[in-house]
Structures are given as C-alpha cells and as structure tokens.
Design a protein around this ligand. Structure first.
Ligand code: SF4
Length: 740
C-alpha cells in the first residue's frame, strides 16, 4: 500500500475493471466487433512508433482484417525495451474516436466549421498567407510543434517561407534542463546508466508518472542489483513509492539541497579528486561558493533535516563513481522555478564531484545516429533564416541562451497581441490548454489573421483555428525516419501506416508538400516522403523496406565506459561556466530564492505545484474513455493538501475547495494526505479540458466543461529573465473550503 491508498495490484485491477465496464462504449470494444461477422480478416502485425507521448516507444500493432486490435512492445527498442504503458494501449482506440475530424475544415463562425476540399483549403491559406507576408513580412509567421518527429521538414518549410519562428513547447517543459547541462558538460541530454548504478537520486523527476519506460526499467534493474534509490520531491510521488527513501522537500528549494550536498562532499573531501583535477574547470571557485551553504543553512530553506543532507552526500560519495543524479526534466530542473537553471547547473556539478561522467553506473553521452539528407542537387533546400526569433530567442541582447527552434512558446499570444505575429501553424500542440493563463492565450490567438491547425480532433486550439488540415492518426500514416531512438546504442526506427486512413486525412509531410505548391515555395518540396526516408537511411546501409519490416534496427555502437569528453569551451566539465561568465551572468552555481513564497502567517496561502499521472499525457488523453475511467474510478483528479494545513481550513478528505490566484479561480476536491509538503497544493495535470467538441473529456452534467481543472488556469504569464521559461510553480494560490 502506498500513500495514495493504492497498491500496484489494486491499480491494475482498477484499470482492467475500467476497461471491462467500457466495453460497450460507442467506439471501444474489440471483443464485440470480434464476435461479429466482420471479424473474419487475417491477423497482421505491423511495427510502428507510439505517438501517445514524446517517448515514441516501438510497437508491434496487430490488426485483424482492417481493424486495429492490440499492441505489444518491440523488445530491442531502446525507448521501451518491449514495454507498453496504459496510454500506449488505450490510445490505439483513438483511431476510432467519433470526435475525429473527417476532412479539411474551415471555420465559418464561433465553433462553426464547414468541410472543404484540400485544394480549396490550400488555395485559401496560400492567398491569405501571401497577403500577410507582403504586408507584415515573413517574420510575422510562426510554427509551433512538439514532439518534433518531422522537424527537418517543418524547418525546411519555415526556411522556405523566410521565417525564423519555429517554436517547440520547451519553455513550458525542459528548457533550463537542456541549457544547464549544455553549459556544464556540452551535452544537453546526457543519459544514465541506472542499471549499473549503486546509488540513484531522482530529484524532482517522477519517472514512474512522467513515464519513461526504458529509464524506469533501468532504475528497477539498478535497485534489484543493490542500488539505493532516493527520491527528492515535495510529494510522495509514484517514483517515491518504488524508492528506498523519500526526502520531502519544500518546493523551489532543491537548489539549496544540491549546494549543501556539494558543501559536504567538498568539506569532507569525499569527491572524486582525480576526476575533478583531470576533467573539470573552476573547482576552486565552486568550492569557495558552496562553502557558504552548509547543511544547517539548507535545512532552513528546504525543511530537510541537516543530518539527512549529510547522510545523502556521504552515501552518494561512497557509491561514486557508480552514483548518479538524474538529469531532470519537467519539474524542479525543468521550467518550474526562477532558480531552475541554477539547479540544473548544481545537479551537473554534483555529478561532476561524483566523477561519474562516462563511467559505469553514471552518466554518458548517448550514441548518435547521423541520418542522410535529400541530395541538394536534386532537391534544392532553402537557405536557413538568419537572425533571432521574434520572441528574442537567439538574440544576444535578449535571450541569447534560448535556442532558435525551441523559443518561448507562451510568448506567442503576447506577440500576437502586440501585432508582431499575424499567422501561425500549430502541429501536435494545444497551447490554449497547455500554456499558462488561458484567457490571455485565447485573447492572443484570436488576434491572429490566420491560424492553421493540423489536429485530428477539435481541441481547444483547433476550435479557434481558421483552417484545420487534419493529419492522419499515427496508426494511419508514415512519418520521417526516426534516429537516436536508443540511449546506449545507435538505433533507427520508423512510424508507419498500420491501417488505411478512415477519413480524408493525410500525413503532415504530404500536407506540407502539397501546401508548398500554393505558397510559392514548391521548388523546395519536389520530393516525396519516401524519397526523404530513403535519403535519410542511405548513409546507414539500411533499406527502407528492411526498416519497415523490423520497425527498429540496432546499428551497434554500444556505449562503453571510458575517457570522458566535454563539448564545452574549455573541453572540461565547467563548474564555472565560461559562457555564463561571458554573458555576465552568475557563472558558478549559487543560491537564488524562488520568485514567490507562500505567506507563513496566512493559513490560506499555498504554492501551487503540479505533475503528471502515468495514464495521461498533457491535455491529449483526457478524451480517451479508458484512461478517464481510471481517473474517475480512482478519484485521481483531486488536489493534494497536507492534513495540518487542511485542518486549519476545516477541509476534510473529499471536501470541495476553491483555489484562487491573480489570474484564475477553480474548484476541486481535496485529497488530504501527509504525502505532500505543507507549503503546497498539488494538482495532477492533464485535466480541465474546455473544448466542447471532445465528447469523452466532458464531465456529465457540467455543461460540456471537462473533468477537473488545469494548473494553467491559475498561472500568470511569466518569463524567466535569463531563458524566458514559464516558471510554472512560481504561483501562490489562496485556498478556501467551498460550502455547497
Ligand atoms: S510511454 Fe506509453 S504513451 Fe509514451 S510512447 Fe511509450 S507506450 Fe506510448
């Protein structure tokens, strides 16, 4: 039993029961179909890549006749090692969701659409975009995407249009993580050899809910081989439930913990001296800085007892170099705090003290696969667009460290309100639901003269679009070849068509090739997707036929421990970042207060934090009945609050509460649990759908509003001064009991 009152077995039983109860839902229920006379077709197995979250696990999808049946994981695939999660299974059914868009649509009024032909859509978009380009320049056009499976083609598209404005969702997810690691070791995403570790520290990283099936299995393997797994989190997370120790920390203070751990390792001379001498730069300055941050100081900041901090440092040091701190992702080391960049740098530096880089049980650079490109003589490519993005990303005077191609996506509405953005393409993204301050986001996106969505359902953003060019569901389409699929070896993989498209939809690359002919950039789109993929595979000596047959091909190049290499300016792990120094920014990790703190005298004042659940991805899965059944059966949409704080507000488990911030207010029910730090309220993400066009995300009797609330409803629009990220946990909410 864990602190959610839920055993693993109970979870599985609950999930299965949810599935059984839903067997009669309008579009679910393979069993009913299988019993019908239509189910006489042959069984076929097609390998492809799941698209239900950004991990892109490799699947073998079974079809019977022309119908999707089930999936299993491909055992050699580096991203999932044969496993498939609940979302992966449930989202197979999405291909049959009646909410799907069945042809190109044109918006003819608020929430009113009429079907149009592809040719008409291309023609009208081409004419409108031409006018916008002429009047406002190509820089007034943007592209927003994530994940970026077809990114090489979309960059080509935007380069051809002459705009530098390609955004991912990085500034609301992982931006400081990538930049912090890149500054310190020259690699924005080092991998972890968890399976061979002897000490694994997950700090603000909930691998068991922000799921990564490969890493989770590796952590479990490491644990089974004797590694101690410790989780630092304000909340008793799903990962904490598989750890040896949960260290409850005040949210926003992980940086203080890391500085104090470094303090102990250096003070007690526990760090890997040979590694530090040979492979690092700026150790003395770092040591001098962290001397200011002893465990007693960190205890006050973090509420973690100083003895716990000392023990943590000693145990990690003892296991070094086979001790590793996770590189971080969306949480504390992601885009949640003003001090997130400092935290990532501190995590990277403590890993440096552990001397684990390129070592067994430590961190390593994932082997890369270099794909080929279409021959430029045959398929001319547009020149890349120089200069910064419209949001200042890549501008030495504004956000020099924020890469072009990532950008600051939650700045799009502001830029539209300022008249700097006039037209946008949104692919695989729903900013109206996934960016802070939805009222402002809606206001901004409404200002656009042209918004084109490639969605397959009428999400919140698609509902606002002028045109929807529906991309085929992932089981109905081919995508560009996918490299870097593995962590410890070189692998190449492909997403390919499993069933024929049910409706008049197309793969994104096909849409862009056709649309380009109407935008005056057709000369850069004379290839087919097959041409593109053959060119990509050419240097690898792998044929497209072979890859389609196997789904994933391992090219070898298995990572081996050895001499570390760092692609930093000094060629070493930089305790003192030369890049930050050049930019006159704090170059040594040091303490930085979070932007906001709850008022200790006000019983209603809390920091709002949020996180994923293993059965949901962003706002994309809340319209899937099996997954929502798990949520509703288990009552997992509730907000977590500590019993001591709840008592003062007369809130009991299950009571209704109202949360109010400077930008929004919302009601939810309470989960009163000591598995949460008293300073904060935790909201699970993925809920609060407000599109009225998503049948299964609706809560019965609530006038079409979706189940639960979203943390974005409470977040003001904020930009970190260095990187521009959203600082999505830097919000104070007032909590009151709701008497109904
Ligand atoms: S983790 Fe689950 S949802 Fe994500 S790609 Fe893998 S199987 Fe699909």
């Amino acid at each position: 039993m864990n602190r959610h009152g839920m055993t693993r077995r109970k979870f599985l039983v609950a999930s299965a029961a949810g599935g059984a109860a839903l067997a009669a839902s309008p579009y679910l229920g393979f069993d009913a179909w299988a019993a019908s006379e239509k189910a006489s077709g042959e069984v076929k197995v097609t390998p492809t890549l799941c698209d239900a979250c950004g991990n892109w696990c490799a699947l073998r999808v079974y079809t019977k006749g022309d119908r999707v049946w089930k999936a299993e994981g491909i055992p050699i695939a580096g991203n999932n090692l044969g496993r498939v999660c609940a979302k992966g299974h449930a989202m197979l059914h999405e291909v049959y969701n009646p909410d799907r868009i069945k042809s190109p649509l044109k918006r003819v009024g608020p929430n009113k659409f009429e079907p149009i032909s592809w040719q008409q859509a291309y023609k009208e978009i081409g004419a409108k975009l031409g006018q916008i380009k002429e009047k406002h320049g190509a820089e007034s056009i943007f592209w927003l995407q994530y994940p970026e499976g077809n990114a090489d083609v979309t960059f080509r598209f935007m380069n051809a249009l002459g705009s530098p404005n390609v955004f991912s969702h990085g500034a609301t997810c992982f931006l400081p993580r990538n930049i912090g690691w890149w500054l310190t070791v020259g690699n924005s995403k080092p991998e972890h050899d968890f399976a061979n570790s002897r000490f694994i520290l997950l700090i603000g990283r909930n691998l068991a809910a922000g799921l990564n099936l490969r890493k989770l299995q590796d952590v479990v393997k490491g644990r089974e081989s004797g590694a101690k797994v410790v989780v630092v989190d304000p909340r008793f997370s799903e990962s904490a439930s598989i750890a040896k120790q949960w260290i409850r920390i005040r949210p926003g203070t992980d940086l203080a913990l890391m500085l104090a751990v470094a303090h102990v390792m250096i003070d007690e001379s526990l760090y890997q001296k040979e590694f530090v001498e040979k492979y690092t730069e700026g150790f003395e300055e770092f040591a001098e800085e962290v001397r200011k941050f002893p465990p007693s100081w960190a205890e006050e900041k973090t509420t973690v007892p100083k003895e716990t901090i000392v023990t943590l440092a000693r145990e990690m040091a003892k296991a070094a170099p086979r001790a590793v701190i996770h590189r971080g992702y969306h949480a504390a080391a992601g885009t949640q705090y003003k001090n997130s960049l400092q935290l990532v740098r501190a995590i990277a530096c403590v890993n440096g003290l552990l001397g684990n880089y390129n070592q067994l049980g430590g961190l390593y650079p994932a082997p890369k696969v270099k794909l080929g490109k279409p021959d430029p003589n045959q398929y001319p490519a547009p020149p890349p667009v120089k200069g910064p993005m419209v949001d200042g990303s890549g501008d030495p005077e504004r956000y020099p460290l924020t890469p072009k191609g990532v950008g600051i996506s939650h700045a799009i509405p502001e830029l539209a309100i300022q008249g700097k953005l006039k037209a946008g393409f949104v692919h695989h993204n729903n900013p109206l639901r996934t960016c802070p301050n939805p009222a402002r986001v809606i206001e901004g996106y409404k200002k656009l003269d042209l918004l084109v969505s490639f969605d397959y359902v009428l999400s919140e953003t698609a509902t606002l679009a002028h045109y929807i060019l529906p991309e085929s569901y992932y089981l109905e389409r081919d995508d560009v070849v996918h490299a870097n699929h593995a962590y410890s070896s070189q692998q190449v993989a492909i997403r390919q068509q499993v069933v024929k498209p049910l409706y008049d939809t197309k793969p994104l690359v096909q849409i862009l090739i056709e649309l380009a002919q109407h935008l005056g950039i057709g000369q850069y789109f004379t290839f087919t997707l097959e041409d593109w993929n053959r060119a990509a595979l050419k240097p690898l000596g792998v044929s497209l036929e072979q890859l389609k047959k196997e789904g994933v091909i391992d090219l070898g190049g298995q990572w081996q421990p050895g001499e570390p290499h760092f692609d930093t300016p000094s060629g070493k792990l930089e305790f003192v970042s030369s890049t930050l120094k050049d930019l006159e920014l704090p170059a040594v990790p040091t303490w930085e207060e979070p932007l906001v703190s709850p008022d200790p005298k006000d019983p209603h004042s809390f920091r709002l934090i949020h996180g994923k659940q293993a059965h949901h991805t962003h706002a994309r899965t809340a319209n899937q009945p099996y997954l929502m059944k798990i949520t509703t059966d288990q009552d997992w949409g509730r907000a977590w609050i500590h019993p001591d704080r709840a008592k003062k507000l007369e809130i009991k488990d299950g009571d209704c509460m109202t949360l109010t911030s400077s930008v929004g207010s919302g009601r939810m029910r309470a989960r009163v649990t000591d598995g949460i730090h008293p300073d904060c309220i935790f909201l699970p993400s993925g809920y609060g759908i407000f599109s009225r066009n998503l049948t299964y995300a609706k809560k019965k009797g609530q006038g079409g509003f979706g189940y639960g609330v979203s943390y974005n409803d409470f977040l003001p629009t904020m930009f970190d001064p260095v990187l521009g990220h959203a600082m999505a946990n830097e919000v104070i909410v007032k909590v009151t009991k709701t008497y109904t």
